[in-house]
Design a protein. Structure first.
Length: 287
C-alpha cells in the first residue's frame, strides 16, 4: 500500500499546484485586459503626434533641433531594454534578452560603443550574471507604467543626446499585437525620425511658429514612444503569463488524470491480490 499512499500524495500535490496556476491565470487575464486597454488608449495619441510631426518636418528645420540631429559618424549609442520584474511568463523575458543581445552585437559590430540601460529585474539579473556593465537600471516600474515613468527613463538620455554625448538611442521592448503575439522589437528613439504615411497632407494654420511647435513636440514624441513601449511590454507580460499559466493548468489536469488512473489500477490490483489471498487461505483451511 506504500505505492498507493505515494500516489495519493502526488495527486494532492498536483491538485494544489493546479489551484495556484489557475488562480494566476485568472489574475493575469484581468491584468492583461486593463493593460491592453492602456495600449489601445496610447496609440491614437501617438498616431496624432506622428502625423503632426510628419507634416512639420523638413530638412531645414531638422538642422536647428538637436533631437533631429543625425551624426555623420556615430560613435556612441545607448540601448534601453525593457523586461519584466517577475517570471512565470514562459519565454517572454528570454526573447527580450535575446533580442537585446543581438542588437548589442550588431551595433558593436558597426564600431559603436554601446551602453546598456535595463528596466526590470529579469534583465538586470541576467546581464549582471554575464558580468556586463550596466549604465542604468530600473526595477521600480510596476504593472501600470505612467507617462511620468517614461519621462524619468528617457529625459536624461535626451539631454545627453542633445549635448552630443550620445549619437543614437535604441529601445528594445515587447510589441503587443494580441494576447498570443508579443514579439520583441527594437526601435530607434533618437535621432527622431519623422514617421512616413502618418496621414494625408493637410493645410495647417500654424500658431505659434513651426520652430516653437517642434521644440515642444519633439520631447513629447520621444516620451510617448517610450511610454507606449512600457505599456505594450506590460500588456505582453500579462498575456505571456496567462498563456504560461493556462498551459501549466492544462498539463496539471492531464497529469492528474494519469495519476488517478494509475492509483485506481494499483488499488484494483491490491484488492484482487487480497481476495486471492483470502480464497487461498480458505481453501487451505478446508483442505
Amino acid at each position: 500500500m506504500a505505492k498507493g499512499r505515494e500516489l495519493k500524495g502526488r495527486i494532492k500535490s498536483v491538485e494544489n499546484t493546479r489551484k495556484i496556476t489557475r488562480t494566476m491565470e485568472m489574475v493575469a487575464t484581468s491584468k492583461m485586459k486593463r493593460a491592453a486597454d492602456r495600449v489601445s488608449a496610447a496609440r491614437p495619441y501617438a498616431h496624432a503626434l506622428g502625423e503632426v510631426l510628419s507634416q512639420l518636418y523638413s530638412p531645414e528645420l531638422a538642422e536647428r533641433f538637436p533631437l533631429l540631429r543625425r551624426p555623420a559618424q556615430p560613435k556612441r549609442a545607448a540601448l534601453v531594454l525593457v523586461t519584466a520584474n517577475r517570471g512565470l511568463c514562459g519565454a517572454f523575458n528570454t526573447n527580450l534578452i535575446r533580442e537585446a543581445r543581438a542588437r548589442l552585437t550588431e551595433l558593436e559590430g558597426q564600431g559603436l560603443t554601446v551602453e546598456l540601460h535595463v528596466v526590470g529585474r529579469k534583465g538586470i539579473g541576467f546581464f549582471r550574471y554575464l558580468g556586463r556593465e550596466l549604465a542604468g537600471t530600473r526595477a521600480d516600474l510596476g504593472d501600470r507604467p505612467s507617462a511620468a515613468d517614461a519621462a524619468s527613463l528617457i529625459d536624461g538620455l535626451m539631454a545627453r543626446y542633445s549635448a552630443g554625448e550620445l549619437d543614437a538611442v535604441y529601445l528594445t521592448y515587447a510589441k503587443y499585437r494580441s494576447a498570443l503575439s508579443t514579439p520583441p522589437a527594437t526601435e530607434q528613439v533618437l535621432p527622431v525620425v519623422a514617421p512616413t504615411g502618418a496621414g494625408a497632407a493637410r493645410d495647417f494654420i500654424l500658431s505659434p511658429s513651426p520652430d516653437e511647435i517642434l521644440e515642444a513636440l519633439l520631447p513629447l514624441y520621444v516620451r510617448n514612444t517610450v511610454y507606449r513601449a512600457l505599456v505594450e511590454t506590460a500588456a505582453g507580460e500579462q498575456g505571456a503569463r496567462r498563456t504560461a499559466m493556462k498551459n501549466a493548468t492544462d498539463n496539471a489536469t492531464e497529469m492528474l488524470q494519469l495519476l488517478k488512473r494509475t492509483y485506481n489500477s494499483a488499488r484494483q490490483a491490491q484488492i484482487t491480490q487480497e481476495i486471492a489471498e483470502i480464497v487461498g487461505g480458505a481453501q487451505a483451511l478446508q483442505g
